[in-house]
Ligand binder design. Structure first.
Ligand code: GDP
Ligand code: MG
Length: 164
């Protein structure tokens, strides 16, 4: 079966925007996987002839009154169980948050390969100074992208398919 990329990150960092841009017009497939219950969460795609599946963990249902942090923990656990590769997305406009640090620590302990992606870098010639804070996550060099403007997405996809 196809390798699975799970996109993890706190709400509003741009996970669904990224997912939708990557899958394009392809219809998301609803998988019969526990926890992955909603539409537009799982899709199969390819890059340079390499097929893979992508999961938007932000769409994984949690009980409605769950605090954000425990939802993120649940998402990280699902990602760890299912994924061959984890894309941890953070927000370059907001900068590093305590929730990022906590989830980053969980992901670091998985032993799975994690790609750290800083979204919302809409103008790469004006890289915010706060981007260097993300090195503190201990997940290697952050890859800046703009999902909205489709910037650096090709380089990221190269990194993803070579990471499987
Ligand atoms: P999710 O909660 O992580 O799935 O985040 P969404 O994909 O729903 O995006 C949250 C907000 O961030 C929306 O208003 C998006 O339009 C915005 N957004 C997503 N990607 C980018 C980006 O690359 N740049 C900017 N400026 N905004 C973005
Ligand atoms: Mg979302």
């Amino acid at each position: 079966s196809k390798p699975i990329l799970a996109v993890v990150g706190r709400p509003n960092v741009g996970k669904s925007t990224f997912f939708n841009r990557i899958i394009g017009e392809r219809k998301a497939i609803v998988e019969d996987v526990p926890g992955v219950t909603r539409d537009r969460i799982y899709a199969e795609t390819e890059w340079n002839g390499r097929e893979f599946a992508i999961i938007d963990t932000g769409g994984i249902e949690a009980s409605t009154d769950d605090p954000i942090l425990s939802q993120m923990r649940d998402q990280a656990v699902v990602a760890m169980d299912m994924a061959d590769l984890i894309l941890f997305m953070v927000d370059g406009k907001e900068g590093l948050t305590t929730a990022d640090i906590e989830v980053g620590a969980i992901l670091r302990r998985t032993g799975k390969k994690v790609i750290l992606v800083v979204n919302k870098i809409d103008n790469p010639s004006k890289m915010p100074d706060t981007i260097y804070d993300f090195y503190e996550l201990g997940l290697g060099e952050p890859i800046p992208i703009s999902s909205a403007n489709m910037l650096n997405i090709g380089d990221l996809l190269d990194e993803i398919v070579s990471g499987f």
